[in-house]
Design a protein around this ligand. Structure first.
Ligand code: FAD
Length: 365
């Protein structure tokens, strides 16, 4: 059905953890669903990126999926695929608060209008708004670095977004690239059915003991600094490092699967190769599959007409909003690109938008 209200105070783009916590915040701040704000989401169903994760990812193997504000996440089975449990929770969340999520609607471009509002153009027509909260995550922008010879490779190359099951690689040698949680986790499962090689650009960051709140704050502060300066944000989840106490990492270390090699220099038709250096001979190894666990970039291409990009390759931020533009918030970007960070940022953005746009509204308890 065609939504009746196309002119609102706030358009939220994306209905993952970041978009839903923003929507909850806007409700609490007194914005009217549908007439005051809408959430436009490109996916067919609830769940944000979680509906697309590989089936072996469970809540016991993720860092931790924090509750959305106002409704606890109490899955019966932490070992069930996150691809099912998290979307079910998001669906319940949207229903419980009757959130005005409209889908599938893909935002193509956001532009300023002549009367200084924002025009949000989508594959289902346009909306106008006084402010925009962008909460589009990173899943739709997998990042694969370029290496010489890449196009000549005769095997299969894939990014983690395309990964389904270790079984797909049985009998083939798999080179896994990347130093983060996804790389180590997938090495753990793939190495149970076939041979693997692990390569990372930098030494992996092993962390013994626990990742406590101080460590968390330090990581967030590091990313906050980057976005204040307009640099491209690193991943907060990535910067937490690899906890040697995590069961799958412990297991990978014990089985010798997590023996890292430095990054290869080029790709050959049937493998990867390191050039000679420091008096060492070059080496080449055979590979049937190269699995790029090399992360993501922020999915902000639709904001290009707003020309927000700073020389540092990122978007210069002041808290949750773009520096100098308090009507455009990026939630789930930079320091808030974690489930807990998105919760806080979404509610903070909602509070700021009420003060800015609708000081008349009464905030609910
Ligand atoms: P998403 O969940 O990606 O939601 C973005 C939404 O925006 C989607 O619904 C999408 O359809 C929509 N969208 C995108 N583009 C458009 C467009 N142009 N128009 C309209 N809609 C659009 N973080 C943690 O805190 N704990 C974890 O355990 C954890 N595990 C992770 C495991 C993996 C494998 C990965 C890749 C990441 C993990 N993260 C984890 C990081 C995690 O992705 C974020 O914390 C959080 O889930 C991201 O939420 P989000 O709302 O920003 O993005």
């Amino acid at each position: 059905s065609t939504p009746a209200f196309r002119d609102v105070d706030v358009v939220v783009i994306g209905a993952g953890q970041a978009g839903l916590s923003t929507a909850y915040g806007l409700l609490r701040q007194g914005f009217e669903p549908h007439t005051g704000f809408v959430v436009l989401d490109a996916d067919d169903g609830p769940g944000g990126a979680w509906q697309h994760r590989w089936p072996s990812l469970t809540l016991t193997t993720t860092h931790r999926v924090h509750d959305l504000p106002g409704l606890p996440f109490s899955p019966d089975d932490h070992g069930a695929p996150a691809v099912e449990s998290v979307p079910a929770y998001f669906a319940e969340y949207e229903r419980s608060f009757d959130l005005p999520v409209i889908r599938p609607v893909r935002v193509i471009a956001v532009r300023r209008t002549d009367d200084d509002r924002f025009r949000v153009e989508t594959d289902a027509g346009a909306w106008t708004a006084r402010a925009v909260v962008n909460a589009t995550g990173t899943w739709t922008r997998p990042f694969v670095p370029r290496y010489p010879g890449q196009d000549t490779f005769r095997g299969r190359q894939l990014h983690t977004v395309e990964y389904r099951a270790a079984e797909d690689f049985r009998g083939r040698h798999v080179v896994v690239v990347g130093g983060g949680a996804s790389a180590t986790q997938l090495l753990g499962e793939i190495s149970r059915v076939t041979s693997t090689t692990w390569v990372t650009r930098r030494e992996p960051v092993w962390r013994d003991g626990v990742f406590d709140e101080d460590a968390g704050r330090a990581v967030v502060a590091q990313v906050e600094q980057a976005v204040r300066e307009g640099r491209r944000p690193g991943s907060v989840v990535g910067l937490t490092g690899l906890l040697t106490s995590t069961p799958y990492i412990r297991d990978g270390l014990d089985r010798g699967v997590l023996q890292r090699r430095p990054m290869f220099d080029h790709i050959t038709p049937d493998g990867v190769a390191w050039d000679p250096s420091d008096g060492r001979e070059g080496i080449a190894i055979h590979a049937d599959v190269i699995l790029w666990a090399t992360g993501f970039r922020a999915a902000v291409g639709h904001l290009a007409p707003l020309q927000l990009r700073a020389p540092g390759g990122g978007i210069r931020m002041d808290g949750t909003h773009v520096a100098g533009e308090p009507r455009i918030h990026l939630v789930g970007y930079g320091p808030s690109a974690s489930t807990i960070g998105a919760n806080r940022a979404g509610q903070s953005a909602a509070r700021q938008l009420r003060r800015l746009l609708r000081p008349d509204l009464a905030r609910s308890a």
